[in-house]
Design a protein around this ligand. Structure first.
Ligand code: G3P
Length: 496
């Protein structure tokens, strides 16, 4: 049960506490924020509604703790991360239970998220030891007009205090993908979890607490965005923001000021299907890529662009697979579970209604009960429909029939997003040329879009984000280069 066993100290019996200065505390606000279970639509948990003063305190403590953490040997930082990873994996069951209750993640996927997170933290420790253990040595006489009189030594140093804001769909995994790189690089970390997913995140933070990280180095602040959101993101004590989520990221980018930003803000990931594609492979990938976690992934297949000549055959194969998807509660490990909130379900429904009014072909009957929306493939979608461009973040997938590959590439590139895309063909030359033409951070050939494995670079262009993630890139992003130049007396020493 959430908040029991080793997690007892994070819960006061009614409200989950927040984490600061190496302790679990109640907010002085005396207020809490409700977390609604997407399946029952009833309050499942409560978390503290922290105040701006509590944010100030967390950042002040982080500043102090970071100074000595930056001087802690790299191997020791790695050792603590490995310990946290092991504790996280050991306690995967209660953390996964929170994911099931807070964000309706299917039971098996919830466990997978926690295990993947432990693996990510371990890999980060290993990678950090390697890349942060290296620097550069430059000699001045490479540059015209210079003698061999200056030696430049560069190394990577931490940025200071990193603010990590993960999204509801991976509140544990996309939190540790920020926490791990921040800590191994010698930074302190303030985590602001999403409201849905906050309790899973608090459990995860407790695993870092149990691992024995220094007091003040990590804090986890819960509360209302309206009260502490802008305050956190515009706080002068924050030296870097790593955010994953939606439009809020655009607003944060505009307000953040002169700090490095790492932003992943969604996508409209296109799946281009050529005439020679293996349609069984395509259908499996469309169903897995489009409907896993009910389409609530930035990397979900969000529009199928299929050559007209194979469209009927592909739609038939996808429909056969959609018919086999189980729909129901996350506890039963159903394939399709309720979407995260009523407002999200209403938004998805708005896209469906628009598509219906404009003449899309419904391959299944549209069905909704509360936040639960049955999987729906919409065929013959045209560019004048909202669903051709907008991201439903739900189990509704549009199919646009195209008469040329150029038409597919054009649709993909006309999107404001540019996260990932995929192309299915047996012709590798064509696949490479299409990949080159697609304006997205990643193109998958003969597979659905996906972020992992987590050491791969992960980046979006246009409205899909700023910077590149993936373990190595995140470590580099959360450091800056420091040079020390040794100036030798001139003239240069000569033998004999
Ligand atoms: O939506 C978050 C995005 O990072 C997806 O990750 O692992 O489902 O491809 P993944």
């Amino acid at each position: 049960m959430a908040g029991s066993g080793v997690f007892e100290e994070i819960f006061d019996g009614e409200v989950f506490k927040y984490y600061v200065d190496g302790e679990w505390r109640k907010s002085s606000s005396g207020k809490s924020v409700a977390i609604v279970n997407p399946t029952t639509r009833k309050t499942q948990y409560r978390v503290q509604a922290c105040t701006q003063e509590e944010v100030n305190k967390a950042i002040d403590l982080a500043k102090v703790a970071q100074k000595s953490w930056a001087r802690t040997p790299l191997w020791k930082r790695a050792e603590l991360l490995h310990r946290a990873a092991a504790i996280l994996k050991e306690h995967k069951a209660p953390i996964a239970e929170c994911l099931v209750k807070e964000i309706a993640k299917p039971a098996k996927d919830a466990v997978t998220e926690v295990v993947r997170s432990g693996d990510l933290v371990s890999y980060t420790a290993e990678e950090g030891v390697r890349i942060l253990g290296e620097g550069k040595f430059l000699v001045s006489d490479s540059f015209p007009g210079n003698e061999r009189s200056k030696y430049c030594l560069t190394s990577k140093i931490p940025l200071g205090v990193i603010l990590a804001i993960p999204p509801f769909n991976y509140p544990v995994n996309l939190a540790v993908s920020k926490i791990g790189p921040a800590l191994i690089a010698g930074n302190a970390l303030v985590l602001k979890p999403p409201t849905q997913g906050a309790v899973a995140a608090l459990h995860m933070v407790h695993c870092f607490h149990l691992a024995g990280f220094p007091k003040g180095l990590i804090s986890c602040i819960t509360g209302k965005g309206s009260e502490i959101g802008d305050f956190l993101t515009m706080h002068p004590g924050i030296n870097c923001i790593s955010f994953t989520g939606g439009d809020t990221g655009v607003a944060i980018s505009k307000k953040a000021g002169m700090v490095p930003l790492q932003m992943e803000l969604g996508g409209k990931d296109a799946c281009i299907v050529l005439e020679d594609a293996d349609l069984d492979l395509v259908a499996s990938n469309i169903v897995k890529g489009g409907f896993s976690y009910s389409g609530q992934r930035c990397t979900a297949v969000k529009v199928v662009l299929v050559m007209e000549s194979v469209a009927d055959a592909l739609v038939e194969k996808v429909n056969a697979k959609v018919a086999k998807l189980s729909v129901g509660a996350p506890e039963e490990d159903s394939d399709i579970t309720p979407v995260v909130s009523e407002s999200s379900a209403n938004f998805i429904e708005g896209l469906v209604v628009d598509a219906k009014e404009k003449g899309a072909t419904f391959c299944q009957e549209y069905k909704r009960e509360g936040n639960l929306i049955w999987p729906l493939l919409l065929d013959n979608v045209r560019p004048d429909m909202r669903i051709a461009w907008e991201e439903p973040f739900g189990p509704v997938l549009p199919v646009i029939r195209i008469s040329s590959v150029d038409e597919g590439i054009h649709h993909c590139n006309a999107s404001n997003f540019g996260l990932q895309g995929c192309v299915f063909t047996k012709d590798i030359n064509k696949a490479m040329m299409i990949s080159d033409a697609m304006e997205t951070g990643t193109v998958q050939i003969n597979s659905a879009p996906a972020r992992g494995p987590d050491h791969f670079p992960f980046q979006g262009i246009k409205d899909s984000g700023i910077g590149s993630q993936g373990i190595t890139n995140s470590i580099n992003m959360m450091t800056k280069i420091k040079s020390t130049v040794i100036n030798l007396p001139s003239p240069t020493y000569t033998m004999g």
